[in-house]
Design a protein around this ligand. Structure first.
Ligand code: F6R
Length: 365
């Protein structure tokens, strides 16, 4: 039931503070300053033996996996590779016994992700899954896993599943980190930052009116670029995918500094760039990348948690989001991008809940 909302997608965007609270519920363990999970089916001793993680998934779930790569490297200092399930299933990667496969999937039924998981199971690898749908094929066939508890996602474009996936990956990275080198005080700081997250997402949703105005300004674009660095590079990819799939506007995500290696040739007065400009260590770097685009005459939309005046000196339009710890920035920053895709699609008369050519769950190869 859509309730008061005109579309499932909008309802699910607005459910995110609650979905994140549900994904955390019962999993934050104050006494040990870590996260706990019921269904990993691996002991702490077994998990300490893990030397490498291969994450796999498709589409938005693959992008959450890319966020997971930064998270697990940062918090747990474990090497991570992220592979499209459709590619991984036919590859022949050298695997050692200390490598585990982590599948990420909202539906738990995506054919390529299921096939990649089965192939890893067949080789005798330990497999874990992060799933939303309880009792789905992937949830059943993985050795262990974590449910999102995000509630049913009906809109074809994934929204609350993405943020819940990023959150569960943070919890997992915290847990793996606390089995390795993270101290009690570092664990406690992360728990506090996690507890404040749903409120930060609630604040981020308040950008909706400014995003509407923005959508009116740019809804006739035929090409758009989404640019971010580090934790926000996967979010740039996700923002571009959201726009493509529901508004049918061509959009590309790139690491902001890669533009000058080719894609900057696309920039002209008709090609807006959405820059993700977080407070913290990458702020100045992204501003420098913004200057490069501005110098070529490209319109610039900036989503920022940093100094707004500095950003506004370069960007044409600025949307502010709350400042959070660097590893939580993806969850807060994707909110305006989801709303932008939604509003642009509405203005172009698209069916946001059932975009053309797409199905909610891709059960064929
Ligand atoms: C994009 C979207 C798809 C899915 C992909 C994987 O909004 O929904 O890209 O993320 O088809 O689906 P799951 O997560 O069910 O495996």
């Amino acid at each position: 039931d859509k309730g008061e909302y005109p579309h499932f997608m909008l309802k699910e965007i607005y459910e995110q503070p609650e979905a994140l609270t549900n994904a955390m519920r019962g999993r934050l363990h104050e006494a040990d300053a870590t996260a706990h999970f019921g269904g990993l089916n691996l002991t702490a001793a077994q998990l300490r033996q893990v030397e490498r993680i291969i994450i796999t998934g498709c589409g938005t779930s693959y992008y959450a996996g890319l966020v997971g790569e930064y998270l697990i490297e940062d918090l747990a200092r474990l090497p991570v590779e992220v592979e499209y399930a459709s590619e991984l299933r036919y590859r022949h990667p050298p695997i050692d016994p200390q490598t585990i496969l982590l599948a990420i999937t909202q539906s738990g039924e995506t054919a390529d992700t299921l096939a990649a998981l089965r192939e890893a199971n067949r080789r005798g690898q330990t497999t874990l899954a992060i799933c939303n749908v309880v009792g789905s094929s992937i949830a059943r066939e993985a050795h262990g896993g974590v449910y999102l508890h995000a509630g049913p996602e009906i809109g074809v474009a994934s929204t609350k599943a993405f943020t819940a996936q990023c959150l569960v990956l943070t919890l997992l990275a915290l847990y793996l980190g606390r089995l390795r080198h993270l101290s009690v005080s570092q664990g406690q700081r992360i728990l506090r930052e996690l507890q404040a997250l749903p409120e930060a997402v609630r604040q981020a949703l308040q950008c909706h009116d400014s995003v509407k105005t923005l959508a009116e300004k740019y809804s006739h674009a035929t090409n758009m670029l989404y640019l971010g660095r580090q934790y926000l590079y996967p979010v740039a990819l996700e923002g571009a995918l959201k726009l493509k799939e529901i508004s049918y506007i061509h959009a590309e995500g790139y690491p902001a500094a890669e533009m000058k290696h080719g894609p900057i040739a696309l920039v002209d007065e008709q090609t807006p760039s959405v820059f993700l400009v977080p407070s913290g260590p990458v702020f100045d770097k992204v501003l420098a990348n913004m200057q490069e685009i501005k110098a070529r005459g490209g319109p610039i939309i900036a989503i920022t948690s940093g100094n707004e005046a500095e950003v506004a000196a370069i960007a044409d339009d600025v949307i502010a989001v709350p400042a959070v710890a660097e590893y939580l920035q993806p969850i807060v920053t994707v909110i305006p991008l989801q709303l932008l895709a939604y509003e642009m699609a509405l203005l172009r008369g698209c069916d946001v809940d059932r975009p053309r050519n797409l199905a909610k769950s891709v059960t064929v190869e």
